[in-house]
Design a protein. Sequence first.
Length: 182
Amino acid sequence: MYCSRAWRRGPAESSLRSLLADRLQVEQWDGSVRAVSEEGPPFLRELIGWVALGGACGALTRYSLTLVFPETPGEWPWATLVANMLGCLLMGLFLGFLSQFREVPLRTSALIATGFLGGLTTFSTYASDAVTLVDAGEAVMAGLYLATTVAAGWILVRVGWEIGRWGRGDDEAVFSPAEMGE
């Protein structure tokens, strides 16, 4: 059985090849499986395709938000905020729903979490928007934007988690949000 797990070693300790081998060939250990693939290393090419497909869809969704919420320097960056908050809510829903399972198909995680939600959300634009606000003389607004994004993001992941687990008792969850995040 092939599965992914949280990366515990620093990147300097391992080459990309051994990182991928660890990620796809480790047998289940200590009950903390994140995703599973029966196919093993040849599955990597297909997995990259799933990540790319999800990432393209997430990036197109984020771009669409910039068309709906056009931004002007010095004004509240609504498109980035909406993209990140939507991503937080969807991540919470995804993790909450998957909390009932010990094993998750690696394709599912690659397509939705890594691909789509990775392409939708953007930390670099979040930080860049804050710098733009400061440069436009809106330091207070930048601070509010930074704090709002972090606080609302945390709340939306938790709300999504609870909605995703709807109808299951607390004792039925296999993982908490912190245990499932990679």
